[in-house]
Ligand binder design. Structure first.
Ligand code: PMT
Length: 237
């Protein structure tokens, strides 16, 4: 709370920032969902850090067990489609959009209206999935004047840099935070994380390796570097 009060005249004073956090939940039937292991800790740390530097932060959050950071406005969603709607409504007013949420790439094509029953004669159950919208790619595709500086994440288990570079380019992002989610004690659910930060530059040489550290500390580093590049590229909202 003290950090937020002291940060009112900080580097992000008055700037609007939207952060997405947590995993989405895609219903299969009224009692079952497809989801992932995101705890929301990384995204909540980013929102808290931006608020502590004086930003007006809206956190679009999937279902998580975390308190709302001091001074942050929180919008709860469950599905990727709901997160997509919220993101595209809020992003055009923001200077910076950070997509830290672990969004389900697919959802059940037809969520059952009633609980699916186990039957004695069926040993397998086939679910048909359809693609969800790519939230961060759609934010990055907003027209000039409505488009914030866009920071995405890449959760990878192999070839981290190559896949992250690919996501940076394919989704039209300004910056990407790549994390190796196969490492014990880092990534999903943990208090610590490590990352490789990449930016969209002509020669691809602009990179920064952040060693394992608490997510709160990594969040400060990410916000600082996003802010530096945002100031270099635009005036921001
Ligand atoms: O929540 P924690 O337990 O603290 O864990 C943190 C984390 C591991 C979840 C976080 O650091 C992280 O890596 N978040 C991104 C997870 C993810 O979905 O990565 P991805 O590589 O599948 O997606 C790439 C980017 O596209 C992400 O910015 C994601 O938000 C975005 N995306 C993905 C799919 C989709 N349909 N829409 C999107 O916007």
């Amino acid at each position: 709370h003290i950090r937020q009060v002291l940060g009112r005249d900080g580097d992000l004073a008055g700037r609007k920032i939207v952060v997405s956090a947590g995993g989405t939940q895609e219903p299969v039937d009224p009692v079952r969902v497809i989801t992932n292991r995101s705890s929301g800790k990384m995204g909540y740390a980013l929102a808290a850090e931006a608020a502590a530097q004086g930003a007006r932060v809206t956190l679009i959050s999937g279902p998580v067990n975390l308190p709302t950071p001091q001074g942050v406005e929180r919008l709860n969603v469950e599905t990727a489609v709901q997160m997509h709607t919220a993101a595209l409504e809020l992003a055009p007013q923001a200077a910076l959009f950070i997509g830290c949420a672990a969004v389900a790439d697919y959802r059940a094509a037809n969520a059952a209206e009633h609980k699916l029953k186990k039957t004695d004669d069926q040993d397998t159950l086939t679910l048909t999935l359809v693609k969800n919208p790519d939230i961060i790619a759609d934010v990055a595709a907003l027209p000039d004047g409505q488009r914030p500086f866009v920071v995405g994440f890449a959760a990878e288990t192999q070839d981290i840099e190559r896949y992250a570079q690919d996501k940076l380019a394919r989704k039209g992002l300004d910056m990407i935070v790549a994390n190796d989610v196969s490492q014990q004690g880092l990534g999903f659910g943990s208090d610590d994380n490590a990352a490789l930060l990449l930016w969209r530059t002509s020669d691809g040489s602009d990179r920064l390796v952040a060693p394992p550290q608490p997510k709160t500390q990594l969040a400060a580093l990410i916000v600082r570097h996003a802010l530096t590049h945002l100031s270099l590229t635009s005036s921001g909202a």
